[in-house]
Design a protein around this ligand. Sequence first.
Ligand SMILES: [Fe+2]
Length: 405
Amino acid sequence: MLTTIFGFEMPTRLLFGHGAVENLGFECSLNGWASALIVTDAGVYSAGLTQPVEAQLQTQGVRYEIYTGVVPNPTIESIETAIPQAQDKDVVIAVGGGSVMDSAKLINAIRTHGGRVRDYEGADTVPAPCKPLIAIPTTAGTGSEVTFIAMFTDAAKHQKLPVVSRHLAPHLAIVDPEMTRNLPPAATAQTGMDALTHAIEAIVGVQANPFSDMLAFEAIRLITRYLPRAVRNGADDIEARGAMAFAATIAGAAFNNSMVGLAHAMAHALGGLYDLPHGLCCALALPVAMHFNLECQRPRYEQIAQVMGFAHTDTEVVPLPTATIQGGVWDKTFTAEDAVLRVRQLMSETGVPAHLIDVGVEVSESDLETLTDLTLADGSILFNPVQPTREQVKALLRHVATYTE
Ligand SMILES: [Fe+2]
């Protein structure tokens, strides 16, 4: 450790905690922002989650409009439709999950530098800093509030494409666990698995470094301990919501520097082709990708197993399926395989489907070819610790699709 040069960057200022949204008005006044566009989606809007944000703007006398047209796996059209509304505003405020925040980043880049969504595909495509952007997440998963990555979907090609630029990063992230309090159990579980995937892939990827490790291991500990509680009783267990919100944000900061890997490459392919939620796609792909990477990153997975194995609930240690506690001491050393088992266990404990077939998706042979192409074309795969062949990717996707063991 600490024998190689590494960099770490988190350009976003973070304001975290219960009631943090109540500082929004002050932030507007501090920065002289007199007009705002709230970017959100219909579900977040109808759940009333823009109301505390609007209340802050009203109190401060900030003129605002609301764009509710963000869609899951945001399309180019859904992003570009918001540009005229965003053009003359002092600040764009994203209120929502990953799709909303990613859309707002691209809306903000285009309102600053012009052009179309397509012009920004790829890395370092945003030429200079953007106008002010605030991200207020309503899920604990994506980490998009502190990353400089945005995904958009080419609906015609069923492909999710990335924009990666430090200038995309929100200027301010207001992470308030209250905003996630009423997120339904399935969405809580799936978005939590996205955060877990970020953390695990940040640790085993080729760009891992001690700074991102520190954040990612802590995220894994928190998710293992608190995700089941947030899923079971999220409306009342605000401690669990707070821990999950923090875990998602620090996992975001970790993978923003270390990037993600094979699980995300497969997840992007699945999300693009079947229009499924990103968190669900990550969960389906994660254990399969972990199993594939196991041999070349065995010590790292042992460390992950250790953290997951010893993550306590309030009253008890969560045992691995293959371990027991003898006199207060684990009866076994954690192996890399235990990390995969523990992820599978966490998925079943939180009601996350194990395979595509469980959500009613049957993968045809031609879909399998398409998914393989999309996975291999996805930039995330470049950061995976080992590069799979085409045949290997196809075989892995069969495992994601259905029960093959
Ligand atoms: Fe993700």
